[in-house]
Design a binder for this molecule. Sequence first.
Ligand code: KIV
Ligand code: ZN
Length: 514
Amino acid sequence: MTRRIRILDTTLRDGEQSPGINLNVREKLEIAEQLARLEVDVIEAGFPVSSPGDFEAVKGIAKNVKGPVICALARADRNDIDWAWESIMFSERPRIHTFISTSELHMKHQLKKTPNQVLEMARDAVAYARKYVENVEFSCMDATRSDPEYLYKICQAAIKAGASVINIPDTVGYALPVEFAELLKNIKEHVDMGDATLSVHCHNDLGLAVANSIAALGAGVDQVECAINGLGERAGNCSLEEVVMVINTRKASLQLATGINTKEIFQASRLVSMLTGYNVQPNKAVVGENAFAHESGIHQDGVLKDRTTYEIMKPQDIGLMEGELYLGKHSGRHALKTKLEEMGFYLDDKGLERAFIRFKELADKKKEVAIKDLEAIALDEIRTLEELFQLEYMQSSSGSGAIPIAAIRLSKEGKGYDATATGDGQVDAVCKAIAKASKIPAKLVSYTVSAITHGLDAMGDVTIKLQIEGHEVVGRGVSPDIIEASARAYVNAINRAIQKGILEKKRLKQKAHK
Ligand code: KIV
Ligand code: ZN
């Protein structure tokens, strides 16, 4: 009989812990809405005690996103749990997820607690969370390097205190599939699970996160924690699209199924990539650009005769539809709004007006405006934070033998900020001018540019990583003009630094030293 596996998506919590990612409340909400369309069972929306922004985002998701269980993370600490509850209390289906380290290594060196103290903290945290909500998940951090006997004991204590989900994380991505499956079988044997669900959370340090999750499912686990595009701490988490498509494609052998609407996978992957600035590698399984591309003559010949010769999944299964054209230059505001809403983008009046102007400019330049162009414009609007810096105007020039020069105007809360600068190239000049106008010094860590669609008239998609006050921030911008896309990406990155409070922290530090 086919067993139904629950999918917990942690893109907005563990995924958001990837270096350089700092999504704002609006962006997190946008991703959560897409996760709901994907029909994940649980959205782990964030770690509310970690920052006011995270708290607000989890609260916004709990209030607005219907369908999945909305889960908030908390350490095994009453204050963390209070914050977690405050953030998810308006959800129709709230869950508190509390965790503590259980390996000797972590307990001794990080927590500086004895195993008995940790056991007590776990018991107290679960019982405390249960006062707020029935659905409580407990995780044993670094479980795969923990003493199994101790694991059984703490899992049993958590269940007794009221945990409804017991999660076994391979926190450092150390496990091998065979030994991980063995550990889970032993847990099922030694722990009286009652009605509690057994879950796994695998990291990808050795590239085994998906293999370990599948092995765990074979051992009888019922929930898999994963993230879109495999985002997460260090090498990331188990990739949602991969684990789901393994289950789908090998249904007959595995006798497993998920509730995921796989047709929303590609859109979820693109949305997360565009908003986080983490590009998907071309050869990434399932969602990479080459996942359904066939290069060699023999393969092309086979696919032309029958796609199944070299394709084990259909592109349509993940919602990939090629070559679909959207609007033309005569389309009006209403048509744009309707199309964007069909794609799941709901812009406010100001955002829609800006998107419309950009759409018209693009339609004038290009013969056809593709779905990806519209999506890129909409996402650029979602990234825009009204109250922070906006790029009002830019001009740049260069030529052989001439020094590249740029003039820009930024605006913030109705005030204009102008600057000009020269640089080693036009992009360098424009970035320097923005740094001057905003008075935010930053070091460029990396710069990548790619095309949204094919052809010489394609929109440029620029991702910039900056270092500001020792913190890395990623910005992204799109435009048919690469220099303008670069300026937008740079402004987006400095806005993220402001939003993250990086500059505020510096000011406070300077004040304290005076
Ligand atoms: O990797 C880990 O152990 C975690 C826990 C908080 C579940 O992310
Ligand atoms: Zn993790």
